[in-house]
Design a protein around this ligand. Sequence first.
Ligand SMILES: Cc1ncc(COP(=O)(O)O)c(C=O)c1O
Length: 385
Amino acid sequence: MPAFDFDTVHDRRVTSSSKWIKYGERDVLPFWVADMDFATPEFILDAIRARLEHPVVGYTDLPDELVGAFVDWADRHYSWCVHPDWLVPLTSLVPGLNAAVLSVGDDGDASLVMTPIYPPFLQTAPTNHRRQITSSLVLHDDQWVMDFDDIERKVNDEASRTILLCNPQNPTGRIYTRDELQSLAEICLRTNTVLVSDEIHWGICLEPGLSHIPVATLGDEIEENTITLISHTKSYNIAGLKSAFAVIRNPDLRRRFEVAKSGWISSVSPLAYAAATAAYSDSSSWISDLQSYLRSNRDLLTHSINQLPNLAMAAVEGTHLGWIDAREVPVEDHAAYFEAHGLGFSDGVEFGAPGFVRFNFATPRSVLTRGIKRLEVASACAPTN
Ligand SMILES: Cc1ncc(COP(=O)(O)O)c(C=O)c1O
């Protein structure tokens, strides 16, 4: 009997789940926003309940217990030696992306992101009076890879001050190798550009033998030049109970980040702190059981898509997101086409990649199987060129 149950279908509509109420009464299975349909592990829920034993739920400072749990976790998992002073608590990760971009350089400076990318990355530059520059990931041997020459040339030409990295990558599911991360980090050092690394999907590594590498662990100089943004919320399925950390070793960068965030990132909820402490203290089999369930889901989806002549998906190494190339389906609006076939996907247009859709496969196998059947019908019914 496995310790955790991933097969039960929970009715999430009764909780106003963003994912499940989006399509109202329409028969559309939601495979869009990146949260999971599984029950949050009981030990996290217990920690939240335990906090509610105290009758006052007021403003709360970063608990020492959480700092200790995070520092131990970073050491245990990644041999990453984090000093408590480097931690800046955040109410969630996306405001951290904005604060990072705002904290480096001046109005009008450039900031580079690699597309396709989780949509809020594309909003950070315009929101913070920076110029957005992009470099496309390139499909090479079934993997989405960074184009280092293009990145370095653009960063130099446009005098970019920040590069935003997402690893594991949303939406392609890449887990970058040590060499790839090293190459990017060295471009940052050569060009005097700060590396902002979103590592929220650290816990969802599906490919056996591959593991997440925090970019800050690649060396002192790289760590001094990096703002890491990290959270437990994806790996423990508490995306709605938000909290995150910025980990910033460089004191000057940290001071500027603190200034940039002040006024619009408020204090974290005590319930979120309780959940975070339980997550970073976890020694159960949750992460490995989750990975193995998601790996089977990924395999099922990959196998099915490989049978379909007009759809393609590169290897998904991490995350619970499949990035489907539907450009062979000659329709104007791909997300609307699949929606008409009962499939609620994220639209590639929002990620900077028209013709693609993102399939969140973190759902019980019975729901996934229904989704795959619909995908087969959608593929078969598609017009031809
Ligand atoms: C790469 C990435 N970063 C950040 C977030 C959102 O994090 P938060 O809800 O903590 O702002 C997501 C959510 O899907 C994500 O995939």
